[in-house]
Design a protein around this ligand. Structure first.
Ligand SMILES: [Zn+2]
Length: 201
């Protein structure tokens, strides 16, 4: 589908950046869209515009929320556990594996040993605030078994520095270098079930 229409080429370029798509599959998708302009392009464009306008990241918990609505993290104080993950994708994986039902804290990335979290804009200060405000009993650190994930976990353990709270980490069953998002449900389930305390509450 080589063509001289810049708008189409731009669209192919944008779609090619999506996970799992290369230029070839991007072209296939664009072709499908163009052939279904009314039923597909119109609702897709509308949907994207709505998400762009209305959905933001909550600055307290890192989850997505509707721009002018209160996030679930601030109007539900009935929880005593929080699961700390790197990304939204990790939260979705854990949720869909039915391992843990409860509140999450989405950092928005990881640290490597040479960085401080302020540079990275990770939501660690707000994690401390949530711990205080909600009288949490357990913080489950579910970062990946990568060097960055573990550096981040250590940093959080040190920063929480509160002996009333049990801090747990996913069990050693996680393959080294394993990213949460890539794990199968079974591995994730047992890592979660067998999570180990990193400090005694
Ligand atoms: Zn929130």
């Amino acid at each position: 589908m080589d063509n001289n229409i810049p708008d189409i080429n731009e669209l192919i370029k944008q779609f090619s950046k999506l996970p799992g798509l290369g230029p070839k599959s991007a072209k296939r998708i664009i072709l499908k869209l163009i052939n279904n302009k009314e039923n597909m392009v119109k609702p897709l464009a509308k949907s994207l515009a709505q998400v762009y306008k209305n959905v933001v990241r909550c600055s307290d918990c890192g989850n997505l929320k509707i721009i002018d609505k209160v996030c679930i993290c601030s109007n539900d104080n009935s929880y005593d556990k929080i699961c700390v993950v790197e990304s939204l994708a990790d939260m979705w994986v854990i949720e869909s594996a039915n391992i843990y039902k409860g509140h999450y804290h989405i950092l928005g990335g990881t640290l490597n040993s040479s960085e401080n979290y302020e540079q990275k804009n990770l939501l660690i200060d707000s994690l401390l605030k949530r711990i205080k405000k909600n009288n949490l009993k357990e913080v489950i650190i579910a970062t990946s078994a990568t060097v960055e994930g573990q550096t981040t976990a250590h940093y959080i353990e040190d920063t929480i520095n509160n002996n009333k709270i049990k801090i747990t980490k996913l069990a050693q069953g996680l393959p080294v270098g394993g990213e949460i998002e890539q794990l199968d449900d079974g591995t994730l389930f047992s890592a979660f079930k067998n999570r180990v305390p990193v400090s005694d509450g």
